[in-house]
Write a protein that binds this ligand. Sequence first.
Ligand SMILES: [Zn+2]
Length: 258
Amino acid sequence: MPDAPPRIVTIPCLADNYAFLLHDPVTGATALIDAPEAAPIRAELDRCGWQLTDILITHHHGDHIDGVGALCAASGARVWGARADAHRLPALDMALEEGDTVSIGRLTGHVIAVPGHTVGHIAFYFPQVQAVFTADSLMALGCGRLFEGTAAQMWESLQKLAVLPGETWVYSGHEYTAANAQFAATIEPDYAPLRSRMAEIEVLRAKGQPTVPSLMATELATNPFLRAARADVKIAVGLPGAGDVECFAELRARKDRF
Ligand SMILES: [Zn+2]
């Protein structure tokens, strides 16, 4: 799409949430991915001069859906979310399952089921803009806490995301990266790619800039939760020869206590 390329805007919400606008300038279609609160999203729509047409929900937690009602009432936007969680999401116009697609103007999003943080969590992958919206599944240098699903489920979810192209931008739901980096350094303290990423994160945060999105290739290289299958990571957590899920579960348990 060389002329009038689509745009993605990051909107800080609440204490540390992110919402995202995905805009196709040719058709005017504008999708919001998650709605932590209405006011900053409405302000950004006004600033850009965009009309909200669609709201894509990743999961049912309040800090991802509490703004849906007000934004819908003002815009009449269509609401898309997981069929599995329809009973605890705002009223859905389109109920989604893995493999379904979402049309936002010229852009097509692919629904990926990523249970673990919650059992109905979904991600949206838009190959035309090299973007995947992962919310609280895969996060920058981290992954979501296992509130409902098992370690095996989350590990499988992360594997589905890990096979996306390395040049895919990962739009996750929170600014947790600095704390995630501190944890990652307890696992691989002398790992140079992690150290250099930590330095970049420090610079960004000192300037008050988001560390989201991050490149999938960077996550694959430095995110300890994506590196749980590696022999050296298994040794680092005291589980040489362990299975991948066992190592991932140990990493997640350590992060919970961190
Ligand atoms: Zn959540």
